[in-house]
Design a protein around this ligand. Sequence first.
Ligand code: MG
Ligand code: ZN
Length: 221
Amino acid sequence: MTQKIIFCDFDGTVTEKDNIVAIMEAFAPGGWQPIVNDILNEKVSIREGVGKLFSRISSDKKDEIIEFVQTRSKIREGFHEFIDFTKKENIPLYIVSGGIDFFVHPMLKDKVNPEQIICNHSDFSGEQIKITWPNKCDQYCKNDCGCCKPSFIRKTDPQFSGFQKIVIGDSITDLQASKLADVVFARDYLIEKCKENQIPYTPFETFFDVIHALEKEEVRS
Ligand code: MG
Ligand code: ZN
């Protein structure tokens, strides 16, 4: 059996809903919606837009935001079993997320090692929240992603050369990673994007779907 490596999105994939817009709705003063629109219309890059969004929130809201995300976010069904499955099968798993460390890490605590979580970082030393970007785009990506999923996949290539690359995701930010994948598990908007770009994909709703497909090797590639 081919050795596999898995790159899994967080917001809307591990969790059932996206978090960043919900955080803005709950914590940012008015005026953030145009920034979200600019991101969606690609008028500003994701890095620039997300940085601007969080800079509107005061640093002392940190604990409240963490609690908010933990209360509202549901982990998708089968995720725990999926983690166990990857361990049992010795499949390297990375959670690659455009989210921010201070709310992504607590959600995955005791489930995924911090070294396996690739996301944006945050600095609360100033008055407003500052996002830092340890996983920026490499020379091959010009999208100014913030947390660059294709760049991270390329970075792991030498260590996992020859492994079958599996990408799991739900939205536009998973598209470029999907183009580099051997196997894509898609839900929601990523399904439309895969169709448009003629990328073969396996649809999923819960992580049990993913486990079953991998066990039976019933994946489209
Ligand atoms: Mg997502
Ligand atoms: Zn990028």
